[in-house]
Design a protein. Structure first.
Length: 420
């Protein structure tokens, strides 16, 4: 298992290229199941999760071909030959559940393994299943699998989500695109990744109104066609590197980043003492003077994203004053706290909130990643800690960050991958 070794204390300067968003790319790849024609995706990030989704689609008969020299353009196409998503692949990545809606809409049946919980929470998929049932699907659970079928086509209806779910919105949006009649999704997620999926579906011939709002209106069509779509830049990768610059000092341009996708992150970073400004070709991040403690609560977009909570905690660990960080999306997303504490961070968790009291200096240590964003928070802490930090279990990091060591060393960090 690879590890990442960091010697802390170097300010960062230069440019970091921001890749395509993992959380946009995964549903977009699942959308490849909605047509027999070719769906070409550009700005695809090179990540373990993308390879997992390609494996899953291959099992359904969809070939995912790389059509450029560096693997950033993927062409998806082929007839669906199997409607089963097996446990062995689904267990690696929860986003696998996103094949359920497309398979059901296209083939009238699907057998998809339940993804189960993960380190950050139990993460049920009841909203996905209830929504599909409302559209006429018959759903049974058998031996850890969702067995879904529909007689004829899925039927358009009004679905009111009791809570905002990114994945349920995506699954139902894709299913509704090929359903019979109009579907209204109320209290839908409004994340930039949802908007990106809508834009791609529209390019494939879907009819979607209310894009970017909490109420999506989809007029089902009989078939969708191929399209070419450029994936939006990753706002979480952007926020993560913005925290790296904020913590180490220096000034970095996050190339291709979109400030309009940062939502509350840009505002909170400004409050903490960091300039975040749009510049030609990206976003410049620069620390003003000191770092100040700021309270945040994670919320659906445009609120502060749960996927930035761990990284923001690392930042607050070295800020002046205290910060209260409340996690309202997942019930167990403080796994990074104990490892940050081993590096000298002062954090107390009380239920869904963590009080972080900033310290002048963290100390390098051997730490273990527990999940994707926990991994990146430990990398950030290592960048400012005194001495050496070695982060193990970086396979979590590789799910969502491409070449983190290459990107950070190019702007002056002392960071390397130790291959075992
Ligand atoms: C691949 C991808 O895009 N992953 C993101 C997606 O995950 P994901 O789509 O799994 O997250 P959701 O938005 O669905 O989850 C939000 C909350 O709703 C709950 N819930 C969700 C579905 C359901 O059927 N029942 C239910 O109770 C979840 O347990 C959680 O507490 O959005 C999360 C919230 O922004 C991010 O942290 C993940 O990085
Ligand atoms: C939690 C995340 O991803 P996933 O939903 O795929 O687990 C994430 O991207 O931070």
């Amino acid at each position: 298992m690879d590890r990442i070794r960091i010697i802390g204390g170097q300010p960062l300067a230069g440019e970091i290229p921001i890749g395509g968003a993992k959380n946009a790319a995964l549903p977009l790849m699942a959308a490849g199941l909605l047509t027999d024609e070719r769906l070409v995706l550009t700005r695809v990030p090179r990540l373990a999760d993308i390879a997992t989704m390609a494996d899953l689609l291959a099992g359904h008969g969809i070939a995912v071909e790389q059509t450029d020299s560096d693997g950033r353009v993927l062409s998806l196409g082929g007839a669906i030959t199997s409607t089963e998503a097996p446990y062995d692949i689904v267990r690696k990545m929860r986003a696998s559940i996103l094949v359920l809606g497309p398979l059901l809409a296209r083939c009238g049946e699907a057998r998809v393994s339940l993804p189960g919980g993960c380190a950050i929470g139990t993460r049920p998929v009841d909203l996905h299943l209830k929504g599909l049932e409302q559209m006429g699907a018959i759903i049974e659970l058998d031996a850890g699998y969702v067995m879904a079928r529909v007689i004829g086509r899925l039927k358009g209806t009004t679905i009111i989500f009791p809570m905002v779910s990114v994945g349920a919105t995506e699954n139902l949006l894709m299913a509704a695109s090929l359903a019979d009649g109009q579907t209204v999704l109320r209290n839908a997620a409004r994340e930039p990744e949802i908007i990106d999926l809508c834009h791609c579906l529209v390019a494939m011939g879907a009819r979607i109104g209310g894009i970017g709002t909490g109420e999506l209106v989809i007029e089902g069509v009989e078939r969708l066609h191929g399209a070419t779509h450029a994936i939006i830049p990753d706002r979480i990768e952007t926020g993560t590197y913005a925290c790296a610059v904020a913590m180490t000092g220096g000034s970095v341009v996050l190339r291709d980043a979109r400030i309009d996708h940062l939502g509350a992150v840009a505002r909170v970073l400004e409050e903490a003492g960091i300039d975040v400004a749009e510049v030609p070709g990206g976003v410049r991040v620069q620390r003003r003077n000191g770092l100040h403690g700021v309270d945040v609560m994670t919320e659906p977009y445009p609120g502060f994203p749960t996927d930035m909570q761990a990284q923001f905690m690392a930042l607050m660990a070295v800020a002046d004053g205290a910060s209260m960080i409340t996690e309202s999306i997942f019930e167990n997303r403080f796994m990074h706290v104990s490892e940050l504490t081993r590096m000298g961070a002062r954090v107390n968790v009380h239920g869904a909130s963590a009080i972080v009291r900033g310290v002048p200096q963290l100390a390098g240590a051997q730490v273990m990643a527990t999940d994707l964003r926990a991994s990146s928070s430990l990398i950030l802490a290592g960048l400012v800690a005194k001495g050496e930090t070695v982060v193990s279990r970086v396979y979590h990091l590789d799910r969502g960050y491409e070449d983190v060591e290459g990107k950070l060393s190019a702007v002056g960090a002392k960071i390397e991958r130790l291959r075992d």
